[in-house]
Design a protein around this ligand. Structure first.
Ligand SMILES: *Cc1c(COP(=O)(O)O)cnc(C)c1O
Length: 226
């Protein structure tokens, strides 16, 4: 109980310090507590510590927990979304961080219209062009941008990435810089400023904040190892 509370305080203070180092405001960085694999009883400890924003990577798991927890929590889907689960997830999440294709974006747009919703989304970019990872390549993003912008139900916040796994936080820096450049380039092309940068996990969130993350997704540094 004490542990999760302390972990949250530590992570938040590291975010604030990282922001300060690059003359940003700590309030400009949101913290998603990634609660995947942990039961509602454990999440409740973070809730009791005052934290309200949670992330899950699987639809079924998220839906299962949501009903066991206070209704004022905010939930973000951060993992790959299959089209057949859109209808279930849209009404309960505030944002989807893992929009990884034009087809998926179109499906979300269509179902959001049916449900009368305007979901916030991030476009996932495969920053290291890994064959095992989801996400737009930059070339695909450039090709699809105009079509994505026409999806009137989607509130495109910006971009998201999961860099290659590394024990060294510094090795993520170039990917975070890359994603920020993608965001700036796409903003210019679109003529609308995308502000969101969803990047940084337990191993590298301070580096992500230094490079402009507006929302970090931190799991094990808060809840412990999985
Ligand atoms: C699990 C997960 C995280 C959090 O990972 P930690 O290393 O535990 O902080 C962040 N983003 C995504 C997409 C994840 O699947």
């Amino acid at each position: 109980m004490v542990l999760i509370h302390d972990n949250l305080i530590l992570v938040k203070s590291k975010i604030a310090e990282a922001a300060l180092r690059v003359h940003r405001q700590a309030e400009d960085v949101e913290l998603i507590a990634v609660s995947k694999t942990f039961p509602a009883s454990v999440i409740r400890e973070a809730v009791d510590a005052g934290h309200c924003l949670y992330g899950e990577n699987r639809v079924q798991e998220l839906l299962g927990k949501i009903s066991d927890l206070p209704s004022n929590l905010r939930w973000h889907l951060i993992g790959h979304l299959q089209s057949n689960k859109i209808r279930k997830i849209l009404p309960v999440v505030e944002a989807i961080h893992s929009v990884d294709s034009l087809d998926l974006a179109r499906d979300i747009n269509r179902i959001a219209a049916e449900l009368g919703l305007y979901p916030k989304v991030y476009l996932e970019v495969n920053v290291a062009a890994e064959v095992t990872k989801h996400g737009f390549t930059v070339a695909q993003l450039e090709a699809d941008l105009d079509d994505l912008l026409m999806l009137e139900r989607l509130k495109i916040q910006g971009f998201m990435c999961v860099p290659p796994i590394s024990a060294e936080s510094e090795s993520s820096r170039k990917y975070f810089v890359f994603l920020r450049d993608v965001r700036d380039k796409m903003s210019q092309r679109a003529g609308v400023p995308f502000t969101g940068l969803s990047m940084g996990m337990s191993g590298d969130y301070t580096v992500a904040v230094e490079e402009g993350a507006t929302i970090v997704r931190v799991g094990s540094a808060i809840f412990g190892g999985r």
